[in-house]
Design a binder for this molecule. Structure first.
Ligand code: GPV
Length: 845
């Protein structure tokens, strides 16, 4: 009785039979063959690349599992404060290559796979991307997981296990985007561990009755109960045994069949309810920067936050601490407003289940949560109709009204401040209306950003300019209410493991051999790249640098040749814009610039044309229906100019379908120049700008988001800036509204381009009228105002590229000065300035 002895049985037998990570090639082939036979039930004679990939993945997974187990045990024993990153999106991409590199097993596996008659490169191509995200926001979450594990920080991610990730994009011959489902789990996913035993019931609908006694308690009953089942994804750190966890929830019916319906003979009804539970995690909503107010989306958000919180609380309770100490052991980061329901959900748990006093519960809540805002665009600010919330989450709606009442009658911690504000702005009812959690109207709506803001310990934006804009525009009233110290900035970052070492192995090797330090050192201290600056003067080094860029361009060309059948001119400058299509990101400005260039080329004599710097322009990105026309225009411009014998050697254009993390890994290292050309003040940060620069590509961009900080680091002489600055944007928009000037007057070269489109140079001009009219009328994103300056910037790019020696120096100096943009720096900033978290390295007690 009493204490059990662990392990059971003979400890040395356990120890000598545990797998280690220092497997040699013999162990690797043995483990892969074993998985072929026993996990896949296949044999050597019928093994294809897919089977070999799966066996290799399972073998690598075994190595990760050893570390993962050890890490979780270590964290449990040490009981440190932990942080949880709640994100509705994790855009992970492929795992095998990344895992091999982080575990430092790539060369051993390469040899082992070779001995078995396969090529590791081929097997890597068999893996499907895990594309559980739309764009930058989801990819940022993935980079942050890599950096947390790599720096031994006890951070877990929580998300949803969508059956279908972001849609697969097809482009029809006419240039229309078509969407197909992304059945990424069809081949089985070797990287996830189903945890059927880790599950929670989540309630929807029903009734919430306030209890007369107690302190705002209620009883929530009835409705529908859905089961959340955990799937764990291991996150290996680079050059450490620490392996963190990403826990994804899948929805299941609570019982396979509802017995009551079954007894009543209502077979169809029973099956239907089981279908509706599974629907919750069936698909990732493809809306980037927009909200739709769809019931299923609200159910996704609650399902995920409720399951995650239940799991976090269960883990906390295992520590045997009092609930008062919750904020000392738990920090929860809200990735945008999508998980904001976690705030009223934690209130519900503390009040209704833990029986805490309302004010005390609110004090705990406001010390646990941290909120990151990722945009100031109004269309992205989430609002949920009150009637919908009342229907689906009646208890949470009551709590939100209670929070609203308390914040309005100012009985909580910030009372002193509000009194001061009221003194300063006596009877400012408009201010109160703006700050309210409920927006008046038909219907009333819950403002999730306001809720996230008042329910969090600290709030941050994602680049210096953006964080300033958050504080002076959308959350201005809250800065005046709480004081500015509650607001901060954490400039985004990217993991140099995936975005340099993995995607550009030749450059990584050159850096290590030049700096004479192992990559495991500089990959985890990216400021070390600074020493590359002095080699910019070295002719031999420049030649190697340029040769690698050239081979990366050929690798991209080869990829395009084999997948799309186009032959790309690798002697040209490669100019790339890859990101979700949005009006504010201004892919239109880019394509209009391409047409302008084409018309200028056509006007030149053949002799003069020969002096022009040849250029290939690449676009890729998925679109919401509102931006389909932009893709159609790009595709049809490509069709015309790529077939024009007079110009095609000097200018060609490709729209690469189905943009993904894996495609980005091929495109980014091949770019000479990339475009980050949002209207000033609209792109919160951007993160692909960092990836291009880290790989020695230069930027043409507006003075926006992280472009500004990149220029601060690499030097303004190495960035091609153009366009109006943020403070001018509002005035220009005002002028467009009240003193409109026709495009023909405001910018004749642009008017000419628009007229060519309308005139049918790229097929039926009528098709493009709505697109062209966004510029001719209103021009909210200031394409007209920035066009001349944009064309001038591109001319400067051409001129700079002609002096190839200088260009390569710029390229080297750019990479060398990108240390700040490692996501290691960003995540350490969160750990220290927000979460109060310490590294907990495994095996270094
Ligand atoms: I809100 N972002 C995104 O990808 N999707 C969204 O729904 C929202 C923001 C992006 C921003 O647009 C980028 O500027 C930023 O770099 C990225 O989030 C990560 O912070």
């Amino acid at each position: 009785s009493g204490k059990e002895k662990w392990p059971r049985g003979d400890e040395t037998v356990w120890k000598t039979n545990m797998r280690g990570v220092d497997a040699d090639v013999g162990d690797i082939t043995k483990s892969v063959v074993n998985h072929v036979q026993t996990s896949l039930a296949r044999q050597a004679y019928n093994l294809d690349n897919l089977g070999a990939y799966q066996a290799a993945a399972l073998s690598v997974r075994d190595n990760m599992l050893v570390n993962w187990n050890e890490t979780q045990l270590h964290y449990t024993r040490k009981a440190p404060k932990r942080a949880y990153y709640l994100s509705l999106e994790f855009l992970m991409g492929r795992t095998l290559d990344n895992a091999l590199l982080n575990l430092d097993l790539k060369s051993q596996y390469k040899d082992g796979i070779n001995q078995l008659g396969f090529s590791l490169e081929d097997l890597l191509e068999e893996e499907r991307d895990a594309a559980l995200g739309n764009g930058g926001l989801g990819r940022l979450a993935a980079c942050y997981l890599d950096s947390s594990a790599s720096q031994d920080l006890p951070v877990w991610g929580y998300g949803l296990r969508y059956k279908y990730g972001i849609f697969q994009q097809l482009i029809s011959p006419e240039g229309n985007q078509l969407e197909a489902p992304d059945p990424w789990l069809d081949n089985q996913n070797p990287w996830e561990l189903p945890r059927i035993d880790v599950n929670y019931e989540v309630r929807f609908y029903g009734q919430s009755e306030r209890l007369s006694e107690g302190h705002g308690r209620a009883l929530w009953t009835g409705g529908q109960e859905v089961l959340a089942v955990a799937y764990d994804v291991m996150i290996p750190g680079c050059n450490t045994r620490n392996t963190n966890n990403l826990r994804l929830w899948e929805s299941k019916p609570k019982r396979g069949f509802d017995l009551n319906s079954f007894n009543a003979g209502n077979y169809e009804g029973a099956v239907e309810s089981s279908n509706s539970a599974a629907a919750i995690t069936s698909v990732l909503y493809p809306n980037d920067h927009t909200t739709f107010g769809k019931e299923l989306r609200l159910k996704q958000q609650y399902f995920w936050t409720a399951a995650s919180l239940a799991d976090i609380i269960r883990r906390f309770k295992n520590l045997g601490k009092s609930i008062n100490e919750f904020p000392d052991y738990v920090a929860i980061q809200l990735n945008d407003t999508h998980p904001t329901l976690a705030i009223p959900e934690l209130m519900r748990i503390l009040i209704d289940e833990e029986d805490l006093d309302w004010n005390f519960a609110w004090q705990i809540v406001t010390n646990v949560f941290f909120f990151t805002n990722h945009t100031v665009l109004p269309e992205a600010l989430e609002k949920w109709p009150v009637p919908l919330m009342e229907h689906i989450l009646p208890r949470h709606m009551q709590i939100i009204y209670d929070i609203k009442a308390v914040s309005n009658t100012n009985t909580f911690a910030a009372r002193i401040f509000l009194q001061a504000v009221e003194k300063k702005f006596p009877g400012d009812r408009e201010r109160l209306a703006r700050m309210s959690l409920i927006e008046e109207g038909f219907p009333k709506q819950v403002r999730m950003a306001n809720l996230a803001c008042i329910g969090s310990r600290r709030i941050n934006g994602v680049a210096e300019l953006h964080s300033k804009l958050v504080q002076t525009t959308i959350l201005k009233d809250f800065v005046e209410f709480f004081g500015v110290s509650k607001f901060g900035n954490v400039t985004n970052g990217i993991t140099p493991r995936r975005w340099l070492d993995q995607c550009n192995p030749e450059l990584s090797k050159l850096i290590s051999s030049t700096l004479k330090i192992d990559k495991s050192v500089w990959l985890k201290d990216l400021y070390k790249l600074k020493d590359l600056v002095k080699y910019a003067a070295d002719k031999g080094f420049r030649a190697e640098w340029a040769a690698i860029k050239q081979r990366n361009k050929e690798r991209l060309a080869h990829h395009i040749e084999t997948t799309l059948g186009f032959t790309v001119n690798t002697n040209a400058m490669f100019d790339v814009q890859i990101k979700r299509l949005h009006e504010y990101k201004r892919q239109t400005l880019n394509i209009l610039g391409v047409i302008h260039r084409y018309l200028e080329l056509k006007a030149l004599t053949p002799a003069l044309r020969k002096k022009v710097n040849p250029k290939v322009v690449f676009f890729a990105g998925k679109a919401a229906p509102a931006f389909f026309k932009t893709i159609r225009l790009i595709v049809n411009v490509a069709r015309v100019i790529n077939a024009d014998p007079e110009t095609k050697d000097y200018l060609s254009l490709y729209f690469l379908p189905d943009y993904s993390v894996s495609l980005a890994e091929v495109l980014i290292p091949a770019s000479d120049i990339s475009q980050h050309i949002s209207t000033a003040g609209t792109e919160a940060s951007g993160t692909s700008n960092m990836k291009f620069c880290l790989n020695g590509g230069l930027l043409v961009g507006t003075v926006d988001g992280a472009n500004i900080e990149i220029a601060e680091e690499v030097g303004e002489e190495n960035v091609f800036f153009f366009g109006h600055l943020t403070p001018a944007v509002e005035d220009l928009r005002y002028q467009h509204m009240y003193h409109p000037v026709p495009v023909d007057e405001a910018c004749p070269p642009l008017a000419n381009v628009l007229n060519q489109i309308s005139g049918g140079l790229f097929g039926d001009g009528g098709v493009y009228e709505p697109l062209v009219n966004t510029i001719r009328q209103g021009d909210y994103y200031l394409v007209t105002d920035d066009f001349d300056s944009y064309i001038r910037a591109l001319a400067m790019v051409d001129e700079a590229y002609l002096d190839r020696d200088e260009w390569v120096k710029k390229s080297i100096c750019t990479t060398a000065n990108m240390g700040k943009f490692s996501s290691d720096r960003a995540i350490m900033d969160y750990a220290q300035e927000y979460w109060n978290l310490e590294p907990i390295p495994v095996g270094k007690d």
